[in-house]
Design a protein around this ligand. Structure first.
Ligand SMILES: *Cc1c(COP(=O)(O)O)cnc(C)c1O
Length: 248
């Protein structure tokens, strides 16, 4: 059985090769370890292997883990990214506990996050989620509405607009994956050309990180390739998480 440390090593080797293939410096691409459905102890193991940035999808589950690890105090320097769909009535715990949010796709959510960001903390680092392939019931701002949203979000005092995030539909092969990621890249370049100071293009997961890096990703969000198969859908903490939090 491989350990989380072994898996992190394999993923960083994949990233190294993907960057070499794309003619990009490895330092241009950050790795976000997506720990949804895994407990605080899995985060600890990744931390011991040098990983510091973690992504969570579900607010309640993420906050429980953040608090458990902060209380235990044995993993200093953790950085927490909220990457899941956000309802506007669930923004407060996100504003209070996370460092980044990748899934902002409407102004109302951004305004609430900004207003609820505690005064003593650095601004919340934000990516706008863009719906590149117009998937039906999908999250993300439509490309046509992106510049206006960016304009408004960039003005909010509690937030710092860092870039874009996308989750395209799975595509059958490398070239079609890359083509979808290149659409996000074009939107990113367009915003930069309009004067937005952006440095983060959050795209690529366990199955398609190579195509994302080829298209210019600066941050890949990797879950299964690090932590293994997910036994359950992300959701409210179950008895398993409560036991872990208590033991922490
Ligand atoms: C779960 C998830 C990931 C990680 O996906 P894997 O396929 O496990 O690597 C990345 N981004 C988002 C938004 C996710 O929900």
């Amino acid at each position: 059985m491989t350990t989380i440390g072994d898996n992190l090593y394999s993923v960083s080797t994949r990233l190294q090769q993907a960057c070499a293939q794309a003619g990009r410096p490895r330092a241009e691409v950050r790795l976000l370890a997506v720990s949804k459905t895994f407990d605080a102890d899995a985060v600890r193991q990744a931390w011991r292997a040098g990983q510091r940035a973690f992504g969570e999808n579900y607010v309640q589950e993420g906050v429980a883990k953040i608090e458990a690890l902060a209380t235990a105090g044995d993993c200093p320097g953790l950085e927490w990214h909220c990457i899941g769909p956000l309802q506007s009535n669930k923004t407060r715990p996100v504003a209070e506990h996370f460092d980044w949010v990748h899934s902002v796709d409407r102004l109302k959510v951004a305004e609430r996050l900004s207003a609820q960001r505690p005064a003593g903390r650095a601004p919340l680092q934000v990516c706008l989620q863009v719906d590149v392939d117009g998937g039906a019931n999908k999250s993300g701002v439509a490309p046509a509405d992106l510049p206006a949203l960016a304009e408004a979000v960039a003005r909010l005092p509690g937030l710092r607009l860092r870039g874009l995030m996308c989750i395209p539909e799975p595509a059958p092969d490398f070239e079609s994956q890359r083509a979808l990621f290149l659409q996000a890249r074009a939107l990113f370049d367009d915003l930069r050309a309009r004067g937005f100071d952006l440095d983060t293009l959050s795209m690529g997961m366990s199955d398609d990180l190579e195509a994302a890096v080829a298209a210019g990703s600066t941050l890949v969000r990797v879950g299964r390739a690090i932590f293994g198969h997910r036994e359950r859908k992300p959701g409210p903490p179950g008895p398993f998480d409560a036991a872990t939090a208590a033991a922490a």
